[in-house]
Design a protein around this ligand. Structure first.
Ligand code: NAD
Length: 281
């Protein structure tokens, strides 16, 4: 049976470091991190994520504010709001809550956030920095998956073949770059990948970030593989959160696995706080 990777413990350690970092800034009378999350319209799923962020930030001494723009806000209003935030010297990090209403272009809106305030590392400049390995902060979920994986690999990731399911700009692609910088061999799988099962079986590590419950089953991972489940899928009929992996089936084959909830999720929020501290510093 696989070792369960304790995301809550990893997150706790990061939060403690961030809390001390913020306390040190206070002592030096330096600028305290202040994150402003901007939502356009309202999304129930992102509301609980934002509430969780605000609560965590408060516990660590980080200022957090939510600005709400109407669902029909035109691009010009979004741009103006983001530019005003960028001009406020007290603001050290800006986040744009997803999803955006369909009339707004995600990349165009994100591009309004200056690199120095891009706490989620989602702007084109931040993506370029991750590609070049010159980033100061990385996309939170991709980094959280890395930290979970590293916790199960005390000897490092060098030489490991890592199959990632999902090629999104916030998880799969930046994660592949972070893995490459750690001398692993990433394989990015997606909906058009021909034989997902045999590709995953060929890997030392499987990372699922597709948003499909039960996509990865025990027969798709090799004996002793490490399994990192980034997926978060709310199953209404069962009133519970599940990942992209059949936990029992994969855990029976793997050497280590992240649970959902309690795996990558809590680490993601902690990494956001760490990013906020780094940008304020
Ligand atoms: P996305 O929808 O943008 O991307 C999903 C990717 O998975 C796509 O690239 C798609 O090609 C691939 N995919 C989907 N179905 C597939 C299939 N059957 N076979 C192979 N590939 C398939 O999603 P995202 O924003 O990257 O998020 C992915 C998952 O991670 C979601 O469940 C999301 O809720 C979760 N997530 C978790 C956290 C966290 O903190 N734990 C944070 C962000 C996202």
């Amino acid at each position: 049976m696989a070792l369960t990777i304790d995301g809550k413990a990893i997150a706790k350690q990061i939060r403690q470091e961030v809390k001390s970092g913020v306390a040190a800034l206070l002592q030096e009378k330096a600028r305290i991190p202040k994150i402003v999350a901007v939502e356009i319209g309202h999304d129930d799923a992102s509301e609980s994520y934002t509430r969780n962020q605000a609560r965590t930030a408060e516990r660590l001494g980080i200022h957090h504010r939510l600005d709400s723009l109407p669902a029909d806000a035109p691009f010009s209003a979004v741009k103006e709001h983001l530019n005003d935030l960028a001009a406020d010297p007290k603001v050290t990090g800006i986040m744009l809550q997803m999803p955006l209403p369909s009339h707004l272009d995600e990349s165009a809106c994100r591009a309004q956030i200056p690199l120095a305030l891009d706490v989620e590392a989602v702007t084109p400049e931040a993506a370029g920095r991750v590609l070049q390995n010159t980033h100061t902060v990385a996309p939170c979920t991709a980094m959280a998956a890395m930290l979970c994986l590293e916790s199960a690999c005390p000897e490092g990731l060098s030489g490991l073949t890592v199959a990632i399911v999902g090629r999104s700009g916030i998880v799969g692609r930046p994660l592949a770059m972070l893995l490459l910088h750690a001398n692993a061999t990433p394989i990015i799988c997606h909906t058009r990948t021909k034989d997902l099962a045999s590709t995953l079986r060929s890997a030392d590590v499987v990372i699922a970030a597709a948003g499909r419950p039960n996509l990865v089953t025990g027969d798709m991972v090799s004996n002793g593989a490490i399994a990192i489940d980034v997926g978060t899928n709310w199953i209404e009929s069962e009133n519970r959160l599940v990942g992209d992996m059949d936990f029992e089936g994969v855990a029976a084959k793997a050497s280590a696995i992240t649970p959902v909830p309690g795996g990558v999720g809590p680490v993601t929020v902690a990494v956001l706080m760490r990013n906020a501290l780094i940008l304020a510093q």
